[in-house]
Design a protein around this ligand. Sequence first.
Ligand code: SF4
Length: 310
Amino acid sequence: MKTIAPNYYTKFHCIADKCRHSCCIGWEIDIDEDTLDFYQSIGGDFGNKLHENIENDGESAHFSLVGKEERCPFLKENGLCEMILTLGEDALCDICREHPRFYHVLSDRDEVGLGLCCEEAARLILSWEGDTVLAVIDDDGEDTTPTAWEETLFSLRKHLFVLLQDRKKPIHERAEEMLAFCHAEFPNKTPAEWRDIFLSLEQLDPAWRETLESLGASQNVPLSDLEKPFENLLLYFVYRHTAEAADEKDFSARVSFAYLGYHIIRLLCATKKAQTGVCAFHELSELARRYSSEIEYSEENTEALLHLLR
Ligand code: SF4
């Protein structure tokens, strides 16, 4: 079985105490069973702290979050993790160890990637300068065969990767070609209509509502200095969201979903530039991180938008 990842994947390192939007704040962290057993075996003062800060209803366990900010109880004021400092990295539960990685398990491979909701992953993905290539990063030597549909999926996706990286054309043209190639019908809505749709979804951070409310005015502001980051963004969405497609129709809907992410983030960047005269790379990266946290990391929101696009 092979493990496949985009070629930037192995360059990722968590920036820990330098992170401004730590994943240890505001997210409920479920503890897997093996790690829970291990935590229950820890004694001493740290063991007591550990036991007091785990909520367990018998079906699932998670760390109790602290204060209005909802911080992990082991996140120190200096941004470092008390669990790692006391017990070492091996003591982390699966979610803490794996974040921001995502996985798709297919017949002949595991596909892994980095989620855009992590600010360092967003910076790395969007600033990647070379081609984005899917590479084998691990292989246990056991060959298995993909299903007929998976063969089709790999070939469709391969074509999209070539099409989206044809830099002779502007990225908006490549994005339109992607939709046409997949016979994906993207709804013809104004920015204000998209704003209302997104405002009707579940929101985690009140700042996202404010960002969405600004959406609308400025579709045609040029963003030519952000062509490559937008290309990287589209490739990320395509890689992340098409692997789970059940058939060609579902693949098209997921390609529309990828386009939607690109389209909304582009509109938000255009609005920013119209308001302030500039939309710098770090602003695009932050808008993409927020979009990902609010949409990709909410099953409810992803499903609602996929439903609309189907
Ligand atoms: S969001 Fe990313 S960079 Fe920040 S603490 Fe989490 S994994 Fe590290």
